[in-house]
Design a protein around this ligand. Structure first.
Ligand code: 26Q
Length: 836
């Protein structure tokens, strides 16, 4: 880490201000050649595409770097512009290469440059590992938000963790999921810039000590701590062809120097190195659960590490400009908490302001509760984060004291509002009593924030009426909805080049930054010539997807068949099982010769199961076993195929969603907060078969009932049905369902693996099945039949497909970010940049 400060050598302007780099093919070729030979030292004997990729990235990177600096300077104007910080344990960025090219406006010049050099773009792009620093929806949402903020020129900084191992890689062995570590940094990461000069120190352990402050008040010191360094790595986030490059700052843990000194001086070299390991463990691995991993100490360390390092970083920048005067802090800063994971920031900001910056409780609380905003992403009560008080006391004693004080003051407010309502105080307390006391992180987030939002209309409504009802009664104005979105740059313009070209030829390119413009396609839905071109693009995308499936699953998908896709994390509430039951039904029909007027289908599933989630893993196994039976049965042939794509990830979705006809969004109503895969499919012209859950409701509102296959109980009906649910009666009274269940129970899909699917069968037939799979099965089979009929009429299907794309404008994160900004952040867009 650099320590020597500049004294006599000052960086004068001409030293750091360079003339703009060329944005044409010729300049790119020149830089590429120089990087390849001079920087990388490669020659004509090179055998690895990676070095070509590296030379190209270095070329692109220079062009990012120069815009990045301009953006940083713009942030500093007028003593610093008001900023928002997006705090998230996950940023599921995927690949950066193609996106950087698109957003820099270099796609065509680089294409030409590579052509001139005789190189293949796809081959080079394949060299990049996905940055898989997230589990699924919540992490990818953060990534889409970053793209939209940069495109809207909003001064937003992302703060996250630079995990050495991202989301595990999934292999399938004998039908079962096997997890492998994702060492994504092995060959380095050209997209990041280490910034050791902004290292922060994060404390753990130790104890609280009281002392008398000069003014006679009592103060607290947190002493005997074990400290860890947080080293930032900055990742550039380019806006779409606007010269703005925002920052994603990812923290990596490192041992402090004194860590080593103490132990080295005691003569224990190995213990010292061991201790170093302990510190650096903090950012070693992403927790692969997309629900809470209860009570894991390392996870709490990660959360505090992110919150503390990020807040200290912001306070450092504040103090550098404003000194220790915090009166304007809330006017210039706000923090969006991506779920409860970084919520400890509420207590940590209180601690830093009071203990490190001598601010009194009242001002510290005014600031904190004005700058924090909380987004909830789940309705499953069991997924609400709770941490044992014992763990807090041991790891973060000073922070725990502050949480207790926040709680005491909060409960006094509750008592003032509802005098004598002890039960309500117990319900609303930040501390859950019981066998083991727990901190309720969601309640800490609500109490400490100025805004609480859900991620789709239904979800926000259910939060207010259910999970957070008491809080909604107390503070109705805090609660609001911000329906999710996805960025159309990655999820249409870049991943679906064919459709991009067709759309742009037809209605111009305005949709890339204003997705509502896709509505201009509506008149073309009835245009036969346009429809034929639309079908051709979809066909080409299906050919590409089929090649991926052939390569990774060994299964042949015929592009003429309907491509029916469900890719997402494996979860019982998402009901991949319901999908499999339909596939078994189709298989059963084929075997019975009930195939008059048949429409061939290729069904694709993909998704990771949390390593400890037994049922989710069994569902993967079932999918693979059913696939094997179907795909090897000569009677079935091309009429039906089933494949499970291993290692579902961002870069796979970029090939999957353009080639999908039918998008499966079939969660139990009231369980999927929003969903965002549903939006990617819609944008790429897939038609949805789905329940009235999450953002499906809004998708259907936008595209129209006639362009959506609806089935299933509503959220309200689901709650009612639980009271008297008898799946066995449903099975017995419906011959189709009887046969499906019989095939499963007879062991037809597990001939030599007796009993392995018993737990699945048991859950399906239990009157306590929380996901009510059998209750929705009849409706699902009927809706699937409707989809089949619609697909047989290719003109009709094409109209539905076009209408889905044409009405997907609402689901751009540009819209989502505008809403966050208008109602929560209130940021002024940065001025137009010189190098747009
Ligand atoms: C928490 C504590 C300890 C370990 C792990 C976790 C953890 C990690 C990830 C808990 C939850 C997650 C991820 C949740 C998630 O992805 N939720 C999804 O968020 C999307 C974006 O809002 C929604 O569209 C989905 O409906 C929602 O399921």
């Amino acid at each position: 880490m650099p320590t020597q400060m500049l004294e006599t050598s000052q960086p004068v302007a001409w030293l750091t201000e360079l003339p703009p780099l060329g944005m044409d093919a010729k300049s790119i070729v020149a830089d590429f050649r120089r990087y390849f030979s001079h920087t990388l030292g490669r020659d004509r004997h090179t055998k690895y595409a990676y070095y070509m990729y590296e030379a190209l990235v270095l070329t692109l990177r220079d062009r990012l770097w120069e815009r990045w600096k301009d953006t940083r300077y713009a942030y500093e104007e007028d003593g610093g512009v008001r900023r928002a910080y997006y705090l998230s344990m996950e940023f599921l960025m995927g690949r950066a290469f193609s996106n950087a090219m698109l957003n820099l406006g270099l796609t065509d010049p680089v294409h030409k440059a590579l052509q001139d050099m005789g190189l293949n773009m796809e081959e080079l792009a394949e060299c990049e590992n996905d940055a898989g620093l997230g589990n699924g929806g919540l992490g990818r949402l953060a990534a889409c938000f970053m793209d939209s903020c940069a495109t809207l020129r909003l001064p937003v900084v992302g703060y996250g963790i630079r995990y050495a191992y991202g989301m595990f890689r999934q292999r399938i062995e004998n039908g079962y999921q096997v997890e492998e570590p994702d060492h994504w940094l092995r060959s380095g990461n050209l997209w990041e810039l280490e910034r050791p000069e902004y290292t922060q120190r994060v404390r753990f352990g130790g104890r609280n000590e009281a002392f008398m402050k000069p003014d006679g008040e009592m103060g607290w010191r947190w002493i005997d701590t074990h400290d860890v360094l947080a080293v930032p790595y900055d990742v550039p986030i380019p806006g779409y062809q606007n010269g703005t490059v925002n920052t994603l700052r990812l923290w990596s843990a490192a041992a402090t120097d004194e860590f080593d000194f103490e132990d080295f001086n005691a003569g224990s070299y190995t213990e010292a190195v061991g201790a170093k390991n302990m510190a650096e463990n903090i950012t070693m691995v992403l927790y692969p659960n997309d629900a809470t991993e209860s009570g894991k100490e390392l996870r709490l360390r990660q959360q505090y590490f992110l919150a503390s390092a990020s807040l200290q970083d912001v306070l450092r920048q504040w103090v550098r400009v404003h000194g220790e005067d915090f009166t304007n802090f809330a006017a210039k800063n706000c923090f969006q908490l991506n779920d409860t994971h970084p919520t400890i920031a509420v207590a940590e900001l209180m601690r830093l302001l009071m203990d490190e910056h001598a601010v009194g409780w009242d001002l510290a609380w005014t600031i904190t509760s004005q700058v924090m905003a909380y987004t909830n992403h789940t309705l499953l009560p069991e997924a609400l984060e709770r941490w044992p008080v014992r763990l807090f006391r041991q790891l973060l004693p000073r922070v725990l004291d502050i949480i207790y004080e926040i709680n005491a003051r909060f409960l006094a407010e509750v008592a003032r509002r509802w005098p004598g309502d002890i039960e309500r105080q117990g319900r609303m307390s930040l501390i859950e009593e019981g066998y083991e006391q727990q901190v309720r992180m969601a309640y800490l987030a609500i109490v400490g924030s100025t805004s609480v939002n859900g991620v789709a209309a239904l979800h926000s409504e259910l939060l207010q009426q259910g999970l957070f009802r008491d809080f909604y009664e107390l503070w109705p104005d805090k609660f609001n909805n911000k329906t999710n979105g996805v960025t159309q740059r990655r999820w249409l313009a870049d991943c679906n080049r064919g459709l991009n070209t067709l759309i742009t030829e037809t209605i111009g390119a305005g949709w890339v930054t204003d997705l509502e413009e896709l509505r201009k396609l509506i008149p073309y839905a009835k245009d036969a010539k346009f429809g034929a071109k639309w079908r051709q693009v979809k066909h080409d995308n299906k050919v590409r997807l089929a090649a991926l499936i052939k390569a990774d699953c060994g299964v042949e998908f015929n592009p003429k068949a309907m491509f029916d896709v469900q890719v997402k994390r494996m979860h019982e509430y998402k009901r991949q099982l319901l999908n499999i039951l339909h596939v078994i039904h189709l298989y059963d029909r084929i075997k019975r010769g009930d195939t008059a007027n048949w429409t061939p289908r290729c069904v694709l599933l993909g998704g990771k199961a949390a390593p400890g989630y037994y049922m989710a893993k069994q569902i993967i196994k079932l999918t693979n076993n059913v696939a094997k039976v179907i795909n090897t049965d000569a009677d079935v042939g091309d009429q039906l195929k089933l494949a499970f794509l291993p290692n579902y990830r961002v870069s796979a979705m970029e090939i999957i969603c353009p080639g999908t006809d039918l998008s499966e969004q079939i969660s139990t109503a009231g369980k999927e907060a929003s969903g965002t895969g549903n939006m990617k499919f819609m944008m790429n012209g897939a038609v949805t078969i789905g329940t009235l859950d999450g953002a499906n409701i809004e998708i259907r509102e936008e595209c129209g009932d006639e362009n959506f296959f609806l089935f299933g109980l509503t959220a309200a009906q689901v709650e009612e049905r639980r009271q008297n649910y008898n799946p066995v009666a449903i099975i017995q009274s419906d011959p189709d369902i009887t046969r499906i269940m019989h095939l499963l129970e007879s062991g037809h899909f597990n001939q030599f693996e007796r009993g392995i699917f018993d737990p699945i069968l048991h859950s399906l037939t239990s009157s306590h099945d929380p996901w009510l799979t059998i209750a929705d099965l009849r409706g699902f089979l009927d809706a699937q039949q409707q989809a089949t009929l619609a697909y047989q009429d290719q003109e009709r299907w094409t109209r539905m497909s076009i209408m889905n794309t044409a009405t997907s404008g609402k689901f751009s994160t540009d819209r989502t970010m505008r809403e966050y900004n208008a109602e929560i952040w209130k940021l002024k867009p940065l001025p137009k940049m010189p190098l747009a």
